[in-house]
Design a protein around this ligand. Structure first.
Ligand code: DAH
Length: 331
């Protein structure tokens, strides 16, 4: 009896082994019950009672062990499983990720799909296929990071390289948005960094016009900065677009009246854009007599600065949680 009360087991498997050993059909208790038949009549009452007691004690002990094993072990039996867990501090999304997601979301709703390309690129995709002449200053070592052993391999200095990556294996209609990191050989300061982030857009199809570009960019600006936002396009120059423009939005702080943010002009520059130069379409295997397209490119840090008034670019890459914690995203 006391032997049975002292049975020990800590895992559910060990408890089950004990149950089989003592309580199963071929277990020790069952065989004692079998022997009961040969007990002399005058002892049957006494032995029967003892056997029943033994069975009750064994069942109780095994059930006890089973319950303890389910919790872990006896030492943990006093843990209060109904207590609420410790407050777990969730991380927050990086402000640049929040802004990137928002940009991608707006263009996705207009039918653009995501495209991607490598950060370590070759000269062809970053410059030659984008119509940069051999002596263009952007190819200069002052702007571009070269991989020393391979003068042809560079860190991409803009996401326009993804345009070439997409066009070389896709025929129109093409409607893509390409977010990513880019690198330039700049001294790091509050206003410049040696890496930053851009979003490139490319639309190529039959009969695509500057009017389409303007409408899509107006919709984007109003979704990003509010329904009252106005845009203005100023003529500009990029090797890969003709004509080219820079786009301003009405100041997100003063709404256009003039303030310190917009330096009194009422406008803030946010992106470059234009009609894809036919030479770029041809260089990438697209028939420029059949197709036209537009492209645009914007800096994510620039948009984040306008939304959150972050004055020092370096904050975006320092990983200081006191800065990062201030941003929250719905998704
Ligand atoms: N690649 C340009 C830059 O890094 C931005 C840009 C301007 C992209 C005009 C475009 C564009 O696609 O059409 O400054």
């Amino acid at each position: 009896m006391t032997e049975v009360q002292a049975l020990q087991a800590s895992t559910p498997e060990e408890v089950e082994a004990l149950r089989i050993k003592y309580l199963s059909k071929r277990g020790e208790l069952a065989s004692l019950m079998n022997d009961f038949r040969s007990v002399p009549a005058e002892l049957k009452r006494e032995v029967g009672q003892r056997l029943n007691e033994l069975k009750a004690v064994a069942t109780e002990r095994i059930n006890e062990l089973k319950a303890a094993a389910a919790v872990g072990n006896d030492d943990n039996a006093d843990i209060d499983l109904t207590r609420t867990p410790y407050p777990v501090k969730l991380g927050t999304r990086h402000p640049l990720t929040i802004v990137k997601n928002e940009i991608v979301d707006i263009f996705s709703r207009m039918g653009f799909t995501l495209a991607d390309g490598p950060e370590v690129e070759d000269d062809w995709h970053v410059y030659s296929s984008m119509n940069f002449p051999d002596d263009h200053p952007a190819r200069d070592m002052q702007d571009t990071f070269f991989v020393e052993a391979h003068p042809d391999i560079i860190l991409r200095s803009h996401t326009s390289s993804v345009q070439a990556r997409v066009m070389e294996h896709t025929q129109p209609p093409i409607r893509v948005i390409c977010p990513g990191r880019v690198y330039r050989n700049e001294a790091v300061s509050a206003r410049a960094h040696c890496f930053f982030h851009q979003v490139e857009g490319l639309y190529v199809d039959r009969n695509v016009s500057f009017r389409d570009l303007k409408q899509v960019l107006l919709l984007f600006a109003q979704e990003m900065f509010g329904a009252d936002t106005q845009i203005r396009l100023r003529p500009s120059y990029f090797p890969f677009t003709e004509p080219s423009a820079e786009m301003d939005v009405s100041c997100t702080i003063c709404g256009g009246k003039g303030c310190a943010m917009c330096k009194g002009s009422g406008w803030l520059e946010i992106l470059g854009c234009g009609m894809v130069d036919p030479a770029v379409l041809e260089a990438n295997g697209i028939d420029s007599t059949q197709y036209t397209g537009y492209a645009f490119g914007m800096g994510i840090e620039r948009i984040a600065n306008l939304k959150y008034q972050v004055r020092d670019l370096r904050l975006f890459s320092e990983n200081d949680v006191r800065f990062l914690e201030q941003f929250t995203a719905a998704n």
